[in-house]
Design a protein around this ligand. Structure first.
Ligand SMILES: *Cc1c(COP(=O)(O)O)cnc(C)c1O
Length: 401
């Protein structure tokens, strides 16, 4: 048993490890949330969040998990009895649907096999068939964290436009924001939902909604009851950097640092790093002879890779062995996938050497658990990392002398 010795490897797809810089930013005395010092902090994080969501419009920050931000999106824009279109991409889409139903929405839930993203063509067809324009919102999970499948949000936007349908477009970017290219304004998203503990590298505790003008207009006339989640209540004091209720002040210190880190590295570089690490992970999985859950290469998640266990082998037993022997947490299969898949998180602060260590832990764990597989996964990942375009060009140049 080595659990508890050395560094713990938190390789689940959120919460992701919190960088030292962010831990230090959070670890300080709390301040008066009505003070001039707070006002500066509030203005900085509200402004900085816009850069991460890529919007010039308002971003509301709640002390909540991502689920709270889902609720805020629903209660601020829709009315009981409204029809919404959702897509069964996996566990999280299914939970969002359940919440929508609890709020009295009528959900048209496009069935899915948990191995593909939301299909833009099906969304276009459903909207085109809705001649009376009864569908009030299309709600899609960008990165389905239970499956490692990323839906093509820009293409879904185009599909909605082709159908010439006025529905609001709401997107859950809880596990993609800050890791995968996302453009709230350019893609004309109406409500983008996110939270702190995944790509933003913060501890759990902050929920976000980015809001379009169209969503804001809907919030003026919709009939859903709300109080704590009300956007209007938040936006009034936000205009001066303040919050109507006590904010999660120390998490906002962390958020300021996280935004600085993402912008210093450059969002495009952050996204490219996630793509590179994900490709290396898939190279390892293929070398092991195991199957990647996601079936469409253009939908592979840059954030996590869900790996199918060979039939007759229990993914949870394997994860238990990895935790006990190598002090590493891997993501579990959720609901329909329980025991059948394990998930490798490669998001946030992750880099090449962290990933290779994690893959070594998986490879050793597969042996320890007696899971049928081939060796060489770590070597395949190293080769893939060495073969990134830039490295290949540099190697060619060095060889050419
Ligand atoms: C983690 C996650 C959620 C749930 O967020 P909580 O912070 O646990 O409420 C919802 N959607 C997606 C895509 C997620 O990854």
């Amino acid at each position: 048993m080595s659990e508890g010795r050395g560094r713990h490897f938190l390789q689940i797809p959120g919460p992701s490890p919190v960088p030292e810089r962010i831990l230090r930013a959070i670890s300080r005395q709390v301040i008066d949330h009505r003070s001039p010092e707070f006002k500066r902090l509030g203005q900085e994080v509200l402004e900085g969040s816009r850069a991460i969501f890529k919007t010039s419009g308002p971003v509301v920050i709640y002390p909540s998990s991502g689920t709270g931000a889902w609720e805020a999106a629903i209660v601020n824009t829709l009315s009981p009895g409204d029809k919404v279109l959702m897509v069964e991409t996996g566990h999280f889409a299914t939970l969002w649907r359940r919440m929508a139903e609890r709020w009295g929405l009528e959900v048209d839930f496009v069935p899915g096999d948990w191995r593909h993203g939301a299909d833009p063509d099906i969304i276009e067809t459903r909207l085109a068939e809705d001649r009376r324009r009864t569908i009030k919102a299309v709600m899609v999970v960008h990165n389905e964290t239970s499956t490692g499948v990323t839906s093509r949000i820009a293409e879904i936007r185009k599909a909605i436009d082709r159908a010439n349908h006025p529905a609001l477009f709401m997107v859950d970017t809880i596990s993609s924001l800050g890791s995968v290219d996302y453009r709230h304004e350019e893609w004309e998203i109406d409500v983008t939902v996110s939270c702190s503990q995944k790509g933003l590298m913060l501890p759990p505790g902050l929920g976000f909604t980015a809001i379009s003008e169209k969503a804001m207009a809907a919030s003026k006339t919709n009939k859903m009851p709300r109080s704590y989640w009300d956007w209007g209540e938040m936006l009034k004091p936000n205009a001066n950097g303040f919050f109507p209720y006590t904010p999660a002040t120390n998490l906002l210190f962390g958020l300021r640092e996280a935004i600085a880190m993402l912008l210093e590295e450059g969002l495009d570089h952050v996204f490219a790093r996630h793509q590179r690490l994900a490709a290396a992970t898939r190279a390892a999985v293929r070398a092991w002879g195991l199957e990647i859950l996601c079936l469409t290469p253009s939908e592979y998640s840059p954030v996590l890779t869900a790996v199918m266990m060979p039939s007759g082998h229990d993914a949870d037993q394997f994860r238990q062995i990895v935790l006990e022997r190598y002090n590493m947490s891997l993501g579990a299969g959720l609901t329909k996938l329980a025991g059948r898949v394990f998930r490798i998180g490669h998001l946030g602060e992750c880099n090449e050497l962290v990933l290779l260590a994690a893959l070594a832990g998986v490879e050793m764990g597969l042996s320890a658990a007696g899971t049928p597989h081939r060796g060489g996964g770590v070597a395949a990942a190293m080769a893939e990392l060495g073969l990134s375009q830039r490295d290949a060009a540099m190697t060619r140049k060095a060889v050419a002398g």
